[in-house]
Design a protein around this ligand. Structure first.
Ligand SMILES: [Zn+2]
Length: 312
């Protein structure tokens, strides 16, 4: 395979698309070639089993049931990163490059450092002012059927094409694409209406990115998101920049009031203020925390991980 790809790379007259496909295949091949096949097989089996172990542990709120599996996954990831690491390269940088090509901890530390300088005082200031913002109406008994109607309505509202995709429930919201004509998004329902509403807007953002992939690129190595950060920028743009603005809800808030009678006496302005309420006490990542706290959480996680970036 390696030789074949090297020959392809030297081929004259390749189109830009073909060159990109060969480049991606060579990179992928280099990453996989250094891992012993039996180890990779064991890892693939472990990951397949991990999903059901995680789902059961989550349902029972029992992290200890999932911890040993997670430990094994982390160990494998570190081991594989050590196979791939170039001389002197930190393991965390190897892993980071996998999700954000060209990124390393030095760049990320600088990026989050600048962000922190502005975000922390902003979070403090906004928190002090948001105490009086009412958001109690977002919590309650919202029937699954109503949340389902709202989710499908919002996905369609932001442009998700149900002719080329499906929507379903899952333990945690996610998006997957099997083809640019088969994009699948999921969400979850609970006691917080905003959690399911914003989850579906977020996933629809991921879905739109996938649906936007050209027909001649789908199913090729370049027919997917450019990076995890790029993908997340699309979903969070829909969720936070569009979804938390008053203009977004103006044409459809009446539909939400019709689906959720709990919002009948809640004005559009009150609703928009509530979904923008800053909740710094929440240390959880989205979909349960506000965007400001969520970004701080990412920066904090990055610091925690980077302090262990010399994993061996
Ligand atoms: Zn996302």
């Amino acid at each position: 395979m390696k030789k074949l790809l090297a020959r392809c790379a030297k081929e004259e007259g390749l189109t830009g698309r073909e060159k990109a496909i060969v480049r991606e295949l060579r990179e992928e091949n280099e990453k996989l070639a250094v891992i012993p096949p039996e180890e990779y097989g064991d890892f693939a089996r472990l990951k397949a089993e991990a999903a059901s172990v995680w789902a059961k542990a989550k349902a029972n709120s029992d992290f200890s049931a999932f911890a040993p599996t997670l430990r094994k996954i982390v160990d494998y990831s570190k081991k594989f990163a050590s196979y791939r690491a170039k001389k002197g390269q930190k393991l965390y940088d190897v892993l980071l490059d996998e999700y954000e090509k060209g990124f390393d901890m030095e760049t990320l530390d600088q990026f989050f450092g600048e962000l922190k300088e502005h975000l922390v005082p902003l979070l403090k200031e906004v928190t002090e002012k948001s105490g009086s913002v009412r958001d109690d109406f977002l919590t309650g008994d919202f029937p699954d059927e109503a949340q389902d109607r709202a989710a499908r309505f919002l996905a369609e509202y932001v442009g998700f094409d149900f002719e080329r995709g499906v929507y379903a429930l899952s333990a945690h919201p996610f998006t997957t694409n099997l083809h640019n004509h088969d994009v699948r998004i999921t969400s979850h329902y609970g006691k917080r209406a905003d959690s399911s509403l914003f989850s579906v807007i977020h996933e629809a953002g991921h879905g739109l990115y996938e649906l936007g992939i050209r027909d001649d690129l789908t199913l090729t190595p370049v027919g997917q998101g450019a990076s995890m950060g790029m993908h997340e920028s699309q979903s969070r743009f829909f969720e936070n920049i569009l979804g938390r603005s008053q203009a977004f809800w103006e044409p459809v808030y009446g539909n939400m009031q019709e689906i959720f009678p709990q919002f009948k006496d809640v004005s559009l302005k009150q609703f928009v203020r509530a979904v923008n309420k800053v909740k710094p006490g929440s240390s959880a990542p989205r979909p349960t925390s506000c965007p400001t706290a969520c970004t701080c959480w990412c920066a904090m996680r990055s610091r925690k991980c980077s302090s262990r970036r010399t994993w061996t």
